[in-house]
Write a protein that binds this ligand. Structure first.
Ligand code: LLP
Length: 447
């Protein structure tokens, strides 16, 4: 059984998170329910800062908001002294509502709208991470008109292939993201950025991919980025920041063994120092933008088991046991999108032997398998199933497919459980629907 952060088995033999009995949480707040372990999130933020700063003093860590964005999370990020990466007007607005300091925001996106760029200027966002030449020109022009200087980083593509799912690779040359280093666009962009009079060019950025279970791709990227800084220096271009994105993987299942935050930091900071020294370069500010490795393992989804069905899959006695829960692709699209794998435990008896091979499926009109062929204790109707490591890219990618309301998110710590996103009701679901007048007011059924 995997136990993360503050998780333990309590006296009742139930899974407990943040001092809260998960069975009580399921009863009190309903299911499906996202449970976020506040202490573990805070601890991960602190570990990142400490580990990186002890290897490379001038490091800042930004939380990648796309992995889990809510107003309460922005508060935690601010309190822990992390920067914040946002990727849309909606995420930026969330940060704003939470009172997050705008100078510590990094604004990403490969196709930011003019309104989004203007919003970043109006709010005083610290760094817009510019993706392409058109955006650079637009931002320069908007800043001139607003009599402001826009702080920017340039997003570069180092042209390496991190071995992860093809849909979450971004650092390879054939990508929509950023300025390509190999084809010369990146250097041209640096020159252009320095020429723009309303732009404050702060440095360069890259992100190679996500859920990486070793440091190889990050090390390659770091080498390429530092070589690029050296080339830029030779051409007379100077800037002070190097941001190497996010990407550290987490444990979704017991056999995943990602590097710890400390191992990750140790490798990257040692390499950064030695490469910079090798080229005789001053040490720039180093930045990272982890998302998954801060919130992923801190999240658990609680479901209620509704139906159990044994289905003959080959000739008898081959049967697959489908255990259906009250959520699915709408609260966790990752298995369907990325073949993501998870592990689960029956929260009301986590210590019972996991001796039954089952397939956990969702309730949607779709074959929304959540976990294919996994071992759990023999389930009963009404049991609460806890799926581990759902803190990243679950709530943030949730949808209303089949008009299911998105689950509530509860933040737990020291026996307190607080709703930080309330559950969507059926009224919420129709609240944006409009019936045009010409469709009539009553129900005039055709006979
Ligand atoms: N910085 C940038 C520019 C990014 O694009 C990303 C993730 C991150 C930082 C954070 O990466 P992390 O530390 O979380 O790996 N929806 C996918 C993941 C997409 C990642 C997109 N970018 C999933 O569910 O696996």
């Amino acid at each position: 059984m995997m136990l993360f952060g503050t998780q333990r088995v309590n006296k009742k033999g139930h899974l407990e998170i943040g001092g809260c009995d998960t069975i009580e949480l399921a009863e009190r707040f309903g299911t499906p329910l996202y449970v976020m372990d506040e202490d573990m999130i805070r601890e991960n933020c602190r570990r990142y800062l400490k580990a990186f700063r002890s290897g490379y003093e001038d490091t800042d860590i930004a939380f990648a908001g796309k992995s889990f964005m809510t107003a309460a999370m922005c508060r935690i990020v601010a309190q822990e002294g992390l920067h914040l990466d946002v990727a849309s007007a909606g995420e930026l607005h969330t940060a704003c509502v939470a009172g997050y300091p705008m100078e510590k925001v990094l604004f990403h996106g490969s196709n930011k709208s003019i309104d989004e760029l203007q919003m970043s200027l109006d709010l005083g966002v610290g760094r817009v991470v510019v993706d392409n030449f058109l955006e650079l020109e637009r931002l320069d022009e908007l800043a001139r008109a607003s009599r402001k200087r826009a702080g920017i980083l340039l997003r570069l593509t180092p042209g390496i292939d991190p071995h992860t799912h093809r849909l979450i690779c971004t650092g390879q040359s054939d990508t929509k993201f950023g300025f390509n280093i190999k084809d010369g666009s990146a250097m041209a962009a640096v020159q252009k950025a320095l020429e723009c009079t309303n732009i404050n060019f702060r440095g360069i950025h890259c992100h190679v991919g996500s859920q990486l279970l070793d440091t190889e791709a990050h090390e390659q990227a770091l080498r390429i980025m530092i070589e690029f800084i050296s080339e830029a220096r030779k051409a007379g271009f100077d800037f002070g920041e190097l941001n190497i994105g996010g990407g550290l993987g987490i444990r979704y299942i017991s056999t995943h063994k990602p590097p710890t935050i400390e191992e990750f930091a140790e490798r990257l900071t040692a390499l950064a120092r030695s490469e910079l020294d090798r080229y005789g370069l001053e040490h720039p500010k180093l930045m990272l933008e982890p998302g998954r490795s801060i919130v992923g393992e801190a999240g658990t989804t609680l479901y209620r088991i509704g139906t159990i069905k044994a289905v003959g899959i080959t000739e008898e006695p081959g049967k697959r046991i489908y255990v259906s829960v009250d959520g699915g692709i709408s609260d966790n699209p990752r298995p369907c999108l990325y073949d993501a794998i998870y592990e689960a435990v029956i929260a009301n008896r986590p210590e019972s032997r996991a001796d039954m091979l089952v397939t956990i499926s969702g309730k949607h009109c779709e074959s929304d398998t959540l976990i294919m062929d996994t071992w759990i204790a023999a389930p009963d109707i009404g049991d609460v199933l806890a799926v581990h490591s759902t803190g990243a890219y679950n709530y943030s990618m949730a949808s209303n497919y089949n008009r299911l309301g998105r689950p509530a998110v509860v933040l737990v710590s020291a026996g307190n459980a607080d709703v930080i996103v309330r559950r969507e009701t059926v009224e919420d679901l129709v609240s944006h629907d409009v019936i045009p007048e010409r469709l009539g007011v009553g129900l005039e059924m055709r006979t």
